[in-house]
Write a protein that binds this ligand. Structure first.
Ligand SMILES: C[S@@+](CC[C@H](N)C(=O)[O-])C[C@H]1O[C@@H](n2cnc3c(N)ncnc32)[C@H](O)[C@@H]1O
Length: 637
C-alpha cells in the first residue's frame, strides 16, 4: 500500500511568499515575445541530439490543487493572454492559442504560444500521454486551454500551467472557435485523400499520434461516400490506437471497420487484444472466438484465447464481491463461500504498474502512468474513480466526456493513488531467496482495482503476492462465507501506539482483533510490554540463529515472549495458521515437522508440513518451490 505520504515538497518559501503577494494581480513585468521565443529556442537547441529523459514527472502538490475543467469549450468565455492574473485559476474562461515554437520536453512539454492579438506567453503542458499529440505538440498547432491556471516561476517568469490533461483541447483545423488569423491559409489543402496518405506515412515512421490525427481528419473531411475508403481508415486507426494503448478507441474503431467479410478476423483479433488489456476478458473471449470462426488454425489467436481463458478461470474461481459495510471501514471485500487456508482467493491484473522498479521513482512513475491510463481509456478511468480518495473534494464531473475528451483530475487521481496502491516485487517467489534485495531486484508500485477494496487488519486473513503485474491473494486462514476479506497495508509494528500511527496516511484507527484487545490494556501494561518487546528484540538480535541453541539461551527469550503475551491480554495470533506469516515462520514450521517425523509423530509432522506449505503459498502465490525450502534456520535452496 502507499506509504509515501506526505512527501509533498512545498515550493521554496521565498518563492511561495512572492507568489502569494502577486496572487490575483497582473504580472508587474514580463519578458517580451522575442526574448521568450529566443530563450525557449536556445533550450530546445540544447536538447537536440540528446536522448530524451523518460521518467520526469511533475509532482502533484495536493495543497495547491485546483479542479479539472468540466465545461465544454462552447460554454467558456474567450480571454486574452494579457488578461491573465498570477496564481489564479481563471474559472469560466478559455484561451485559444497557437504554438509558435517547437516543444521543449522535460517533466512536461513547454512551448511559447500566441493569441490572435499577437501577445505571447509560455505554456507548460503536463501529464499527457507520451503517445498524445500534445506531448510532442508541433509548431503551428492551435489549442484551447480551458479555465487556465497562471503560475509564477520566480524572477519575472510566468507560465500557463496545464496540469489536467483534459484542460487542453487540440483543435480541429476548421473548428469554428479558431480565430480567422489561425485558420488554414490559401494553398493549404485539406482533402481526405491527403490526410490518409499523411496518416500512412506517419504510421510507417511509427509516429502513431500523428497518424491517428491524420486518419481522424481524413474521416472528418471525407465526402466521397466510399465505404471501402472509410473502412480502411477505421481499421488503420484501430491498429494505431491499439499501439498507443487507447484500448476503448481501438475497439470502437475495429467495430466500425467490420464489414461481415472474412477479413474481419483481423479486426476481431485487434479488438480482442484491446479488450484483454482493459481486463474485459469475457468480451476478449467473444472477439477471439469470432476471429477463430474464420481462421480456426491461426496459432496467434489460439494462443491469445488460451491466455484469456486462463484469466477467466482465475477470475471466476476467485470468490469475492463488494458489499457496503455501514461500519467505519466504508466498503470492503467479502467471501461468498467458505475458503480454506492456502486457497487462492482472487487473482487480478493491475490497472497499471509502470515498468519502473526503481525505489526512488516508482510513486511518480505510477502517478504518471495512472493519469495516462485513465485519460486514454475511459472504461478503466471509471473503475479508478470508484476507489476511495480520502477527503479530496470531487467535482462529480470527473468522468464526464466533454468536447470528446474525458475530464481527468490529476489531483483526484493522486489522492486515489495514495490511498489504494501497493508495492510489490517483480516476483514474490524470488523474495525468499537469500540474495534478494528490494534495491537491486526492484519493487514497483501498482494499482489493483479489486484488491483496493480490501480493508486492513493487523491479523489479516489473506496475503498478497505478485508475478509481474499479476496479484494473487491467498487465504492465510480458513475464511467462512460472509466474512470480510482483509490484508495488511503495512507490516504492523508490535507496539500498539506505534502501530496506530502507521495508519495515519489512510485516516483510520485500526480496531482489528489484535488492536481491539491491546486497546483494552492499561497504559501501565502497554508500557511494560513495550519495554519487554525492546528487550526481546535486543536479545534476538544478539543470537545468531543456528540449528542447535543451548536451552540456557532459549529460556530468557521464552520467558520474555510469555510475559509479552500475557500483557497483550490474550493470545490472538497462532504461528503458522493465522494472520501474518513470514518466511522465517515457514522454515520453523518445516523444521518442527522434520523434528516430529524423527520422533515418529507422523500426524504432527503432517500437520506442521501442511502449515508450512500454506504459509509458503500465501507468501509466494504458488507452492511449486516449497520442496526447496530447507528447514535449517538460515539457509535455503
Ligand atoms: C484501500 S481503501 C479500502 C476500501 C475502502 N474501505 C473503500 O470504501 O473503498 C483504504 C481506506 O479504507 C478505510 N479502511 C481500511 N482499513 C480500515 C480499517 N481497518 N479500519 C477503518 N477503516 C479502514 C480507510 O478509510 C482507508 O483510507
Amino acid at each position: 500500500m502507499a506509504n509515501d505520504q506526505p512527501a509533498e515538497t512545498p515550493r521554496d518559501d521565498d518563492l511561495r511568499l512572492q507568489a502569494q503577494a502577486l496572487s490575483g494581480k497582473a504580472p508587474p513585468r514580463k519578458a517580451p515575445r522575442d526574448i521568450l521565443v529566443e530563450t525557449h529556442n536556445s533550450h530546445v537547441q540544447k536538447q537536440v541530439g540528446k536522448p530524451k529523459a523518460t521518467n520526469l514527472v511533475k509532482k502533484p502538490i495536493l495543497a495547491l490543487a485546483y479542479p479539472a475543467s468540466y465545461k465544454p469549450v462552447a460554454e467558456l468565455e474567450k480571454m486574452r493572454l494579457s488578461e491573465l492574473l498570477v496564481e489564479t485559476h481563471h474559472e469560466g474562461k478559455i484561451l485559444i492559442l497557437r504554438t509558435v515554437t517547437p516543444p521543449y520536453q522535460g517533466a512536461g512539454t513547454v512551448v511559447i504560444v500566441e493569441d490572435e492579438h499577437g501577445d505571447a506567453d509560455k505554456m507548460g503542458i503536463y501529464n499527457q500521454s507520451e503517445r498524445s499529440i500534445l506531448s510532442i505538440i508541433p509548431e503551428g498547432s492551435v489549442v484551447a486551454v480551458k479555465e487556465p491556471y497562471y503560475k509564477y516561476n520566480g524572477q519575472d517568469d510566468y507560465m500557463i500551467c496545464v496540469d489536467h490533461p483534459s484542460d487542453i483541447i487540440y483543435l480541429k483545423f476548421d473548428d469554428a472557435i479558431i480565430p480567422e488569423k489561425f485558420q488554414l491559409g490559401e494553398g493549404e489543402t485539406d482533402t481526405a485523400a491527403d490526410w490518409k496518405s499523411a496518416g500512412d506515412k506517419a504510421f510507417l515512421t511509427k509516429s502513431y499520434p500523428i497518424s491517428v490525427l491524420c486518419y481522424t481528419r481524413a474521416l472528418e473531411t471525407d465526402d466521397t461516400n466510399d465505404a471501402a475508403f472509410r473502412t480502411d481508415l477505421y481499421a488503420k486507426r484501430a491498429g494505431a490506437n491499439l499501439i498507443m494503448k487507447h484500448y476503448d478507441s481501438s475497439i470502437s474503431d475495429a467495430k466500425e471497420a467490420m464489414t461481415g467479410k472474412e477479413t474481419d478476423w483481423k479486426l476481431h483479433f485487434t479488438a480482442g487484444r484491446a479488450a484483454y488489456a482493459l481486463r474485459d476478458f469475457a468480451r476478449c473471449k467473444e472477439f477471439y472466438e469470432l476471429a477463430l470462426k474464420t481462421k480456426p488454425d491461426n496459432p496467434a489467436v489460439q494462443q491469445e484465447l488460451e491466455n484469456c481463458l486462463e484469466r477467466i478461470k482465475e477470475e471466476t474461481e476467485g470468490v469475492f464481491n463488494f458489499k457496503t459495510w455501514p461500519a467505519v471501514h466504508g466498503r470492503g471485500l467479502f467471501a461468498t463461500r467458505d475458503i480454506k487456508a492456502g486457497e487462492t482467493v482472487f487473482c487480478e491484473k493491475a490497472v497499471c504498474v509502470p515498468n519502473e522498479f526503481n525505489l526512488d521513482h516508482n510513486s511518480a512513475a505510477l502517478f504518471a502512468n495512472l493519469v495516462r491510463t485513465c485519460h486514454d481509456n475511459p472504461s478503466l478511468h471509471a473503475k479508478v474513480l470508484d476507489l476511495h480518495a480520502g477527503s479530496y473534494k470531487r467535482s462529480e464531473h470527473e468522468s464526464d466526456i466533454v468536447d470528446g475528451v474525458p475530464v481527468v483530475d490529476v489531483f483526484l487521481l493522486e489522492s486515489i493513488r495514495r490511498k489504494n496502491c501497493f508495492s510489490g516485487p517483480r516476483i514474490s517467489d524470488a523474495m525468499w531467496q537469500r540474495r534478494w534485495s528490494a534495491r537491486r531486484d526492484g519493487m514497483s508500485r501498482g494499482l489493483w482495482a479489486t484488491a483496493a477494496y480490501a480493508n486492513h487488519s493487523c491479523v489479516p486473513n489473506t496475503n498478497r503476492s505478485f508475478i509481474g503485474d499479476f496479484l494473487i491473494s491467498t487465504a492465510t486462514m480458513d475464511i467462512p462465507a460472509g466474512a470480510e476479506i482483509t490484508h495488511i497495508y503495512v507490516a504492523p509494528r508490535a507496539i500498539y501506539p506505534l502501530r496506530q500511527q502507521q495508519f495515519r496516511n489512510w485516516g483510520f484507527n485500526c480496531e482489528c482483533e489484535l488492536c481491539a484487545t491491546e486497546a483494552k490494556s492499561s497504559a501501565e501494561n502497554q508500557e511494560k510490554r513495550t519495554k519487554t518487546l525492546a528487550e526481546l528484540e535486543l536479545l534476538l538480535r544478539k543470537k545468531k540463529p543456528t540449528q542447535f541453541q543451548p536451552d540456557a539461551s532459549i529460556r530468557p527469550i521464552e520467558s520474555l515472549a510469555a510475559s509479552s503475551r500475557e500483557r497483550r491480554g490474550g493470545q490472538v495470533v497462532q504461528g503458522g495458521k493465522r494472520g501474518i506469516t513470514t518466511f522465517e515462520v515457514v522454515k520453523a514450521l518445516k523444521f518442527a515437522s522434520d523434528a516430529y517425523a524423527a520422533l515418529g509423530e507422523e500426524d504432527l509432522a503432517k500437520e506442521y508440513i501442511e502449515a508450512a506449505r500454506i504459509g509458503y503459498k500465501t507468501l509466494s502465490g504458488f507452492d511449486d518451490h516449497f520442496a526447496h525450502v530447507r528447514a535449517s534456520p538460515n539457509s535455503w535452496i
